[in-house]
Write a protein that binds this ligand. Structure first.
Ligand SMILES: *[C@@H]1O[C@H](CO)[C@@H](O)[C@H](O)[C@H]1NC(C)=O
Ligand SMILES: *[C@@H]1O[C@H](CO)[C@@H](O)[C@H](O)[C@H]1NC(C)=O
Ligand SMILES: *[C@@H]1O[C@H](CO)[C@@H](O)[C@H](O)[C@H]1NC(C)=O
Ligand SMILES: *[C@@H]1O[C@H](CO)[C@@H](O)[C@H](O)[C@H]1NC(C)=O
Ligand SMILES: *[C@@H]1O[C@H](CO)[C@@H](O)[C@H](O)[C@H]1NC(C)=O
Length: 580
């Protein structure tokens, strides 16, 4: 068990905790770590609705064994910490369990510390309903010899008791468990975490101090504050239709300052026939973006899915593939050197391994990162995966596997200096998104300190599609580790059929309304504030560029200035003089 400051390893959680609120239902604990520790940390939220979360009482308080004949045993570490060991497991789900009541509409954040008697295995948490359904709530790769944090969650779409269980596929190992926590939040509380965090991480305080030429406070001066540009990159994918439709161009350029080309930079687009590269379309799109001050995420150098290679690539020998891939990487990275803010280097290399398999080289991804970085060190180099935070049943792309792969790439000799990023596609299906799991996963991924981008946000068709989109975008924007969001959507005219933002007449769809609402909300509105007796005007402003005009009713002149609010400056004072 650690002291508070020791557990407070993480940047922003500390700010949130120290800012005066004790932990209660209105604060969310973003603390997470990927470190494997000698002793587990204390249960978050004091365990929440879990009885006997730290096993400091006798086991009968709260806990039972489930499924097969696994035995539970209490143990005490050398440091005096009590925990539980499940041994003699014969079934994957042999585990201790606790029954808790879930309420429909609430969100539940789960965490626990786990360890194994030997080896290294995935341990997952499940919520077993009274119908026997097993709802997965998160997982971690647990080790022998130290404790790992499993963080996850569930959104209840039913009111019913559930049993919380741990699963490990390997029944030969004992599962050790400690510090189990399930904290319940209403939707209102969840939204208030988002709003509070947005105020802390996306805004800063500014004070204007208005005086005359003699440094006398100018009471009653009017300070008008207008945000010219937002710092937060909230953008949208685009495709080649943008080159031929001025309506699409206007629609896009009036909203977004960052983009990803959905297909046009991909290998299958730029080299349809071997040796005949054609960048006409991609170049024109880069030109359009530059002309309109839109930053570009490069997407992608390679895609590890065998289905999405240029046709001619499939029949190449390993040696010819190696040469062709080298040429491709050099060609596209050099062509757009200095013009991109990011590269998706090897797309979907958790789900697929086309290059690794064909080349017989498990280091292929790491080598491509290395080579891309050598040719253009400025873009952040991303992995880019689906299902990591949207769907916790997909173990291939689990948070733990994502981080393991990324670490493997970054530890590859020579790759240490790469500025890497975590790309999360966020291709949500239909139905209620599991925001509790999404947030926990972002906590863990964010504990690496690497920038996270939601790169291809898309939501399945559903009567509540627009609402789900809003929930997902708010969850991303309000998370301290998320540094950018790009949707893969657009006007119907350009073929965005799954989640069109504008219909064929460029009128907003409900999803388009959500996007415009959030664009408006995430920029500060135009403010006009009167200075108090001391000549002070205080405001909380979203990060970005501002222009300000200061006037006094009795003065015949005004002063204008521009300034920039960034996350590095939590508060600042700006002196303004007006001449009377
Ligand atoms: C709850 O959601 C899951 C997954 O979206 C779905 O399969 C299930 O039918 C839902 N249950 C209820 C009671 O709506
Ligand atoms: C500023 O100071 C000058 C000289 O002391 C004085 O003449 C003038 O009236 C002052 N102006 C104001 C606005 O107080
Ligand atoms: C390259 O692509 C453009 C756009 O598709 C096309 O118009 C042009 O003919 C192509 N150039 C060659 C040499 O194939
Ligand atoms: C992969 O890289 C590691 C070093 O990180 C090296 O030991 C290993 O031999 C490489 N494997 C191949 C197939 O190149
Ligand atoms: C205010 O400034 C304008 C333009 O410089 C000038 O024409 C006018 O006479 C001034 N008024 C006063 C009250 O000083």
């Amino acid at each position: 068990m650690k002291t508070f400051t020791e557990t407070c390893i993480l940047w922003l959680s500390c700010i949130l905790l120290f800012s005066g609120n004790s932990i209660n239902a209105f604060t969310y604990d973003y603390t997470a770590t990927t470190e494997c520790l000698g002793e587990p940390q204390r249960a978050q939220y004091g365990g929440g609705i879990i009885v006997n979360p730290d096993f400091n009482q006798s086991l009968e308080a709260g806990w039972s064994t489930a499924i097969g004949q696994g035995n539970i045993e209490e143990r005490i570490s050398e440091a005096g910490n009590r925990f539980i060991v499940v041994h003699n497991r014969t079934n994957q789900l042999d585990s201790l369990f606790q029954k808790v009541q879930l309420e429909e509409g609430n969100l539940y954040s789960f965490s626990a510390w786990v360890q194994l008697s030997e080896g290294r295995e995935t341990v997952a948490v499940f919520f077993k309903t009274t119908d026997g359904d097993l709802v997965r709530g998160g997982s971690v790769i647990a080790d022998h010899g130290c404790w790992s944090l499993l963080k996850g969650g569930i959104v209840a779409n039913f009111s019913s008791p559930v049993e919380i269980l741990f699963r490990c596929e390997n029944t030969k190992v004992d599962i050790w468990v400690d510090s189990v926590s399930l904290q319940q939040f209403t939707k209102t509380q969840w939204k208030s975490h988002q709003d509070n965090t947005i105020d802390k991480i996306r805004k800063s305080k500014v004070r204007f101090q208005v005086t005359d030429a003699n440094k006398t406070a100018m009471r009653g001066a009017i300070v008008s504050i207008k945000q010219e540009q937002s710092d937060f990159p909230f953008g949208c994918g685009m495709n080649h239709y943008i080159l031929t439709s001025t309506d699409y161009q206007n629609w896009f350029a009036s909203r977004f300052k960052v983009t990803t080309f959905t297909n046009e930079m991909k290998w299958y687009s730029t080299e349809k026939r071997q040796g005949h590269e054609n960048y006409t379309v991609s170049d024109a799109m880069v030109k359009f973006a530059k002309r309109n001050g839109i930053s570009i995420r490069g997407h992608n150098i390679f895609w590890d899915d065998p289905k999405y290679q240029p046709e001619w690539v499939n029949s190449l020998s390993p040696e010819d593939l190696r040469k062709a891939a080298e040429k491709r990487l050099k060609s596209v990275v050099s062509r757009y050197r200095g013009k991109l803010i990011a590269w998706d280097v090897v797309n979907e290399n958790l789900h697929f391994s086309f290059f690794e398999d064909k080349l017989g080289d498990q280091n292929a991804s790491a080598e491509y990162f290395s080579e891309a970085y050598r040719l253009d060190p400025t873009p952040i180099m991303f992995m880019n995966e689906y299902n990591t935070i949207e769907y916790c049943r997909d173990e291939k792309a689990s948070v733990a596997n994502y981080l393991e792969k990324l670490q493997e790439i970054l530890q590859y000799p020579g790759n240490e200096g790469i500025s890497a990023g975590i790309g999360l596609q966020c291709r949500f299906g239909s139905g209620q998104p599991n925001l509790a799991y999404m947030r926990s996963s972002l906590d863990i991924l964010g504990s690496t300190g690497l920038p996270i981008w939601l790169t291809e946000v898309d939501v399945g068709k559903d009567p509540d599609q627009a609402q789900h989109l809003e929930e997902i975008l708010r969850e991303g924007y309000s998370h301290p580790a998320v540094q950018g969001i790009v949707m893969f959507a657009g006007p119907e005219l350009a073929g965005f059929k799954n989640m069109p933002l504008a219909d064929t007449n460029f009128n907003n769809t409900p999803a388009g309304d959500v996007v415009d609402k959030l664009l408006g909300e995430w920029e500060s509105e135009i403010l006009e504030i009167k200075a108090d007796d001391r000549g002070f005007v205080d405001a909380l402003l979203s990060h970005g560029d501002y222009s300000v005009t200061v006037q006094h009713p009795e003065a015949n002149s005004s002063t204008t200035l521009s300034f920039r609010m960034t996350k590095d400056i939590p508060q600042t004072t700006i002196d303004v003089q007006i001449h009377t």
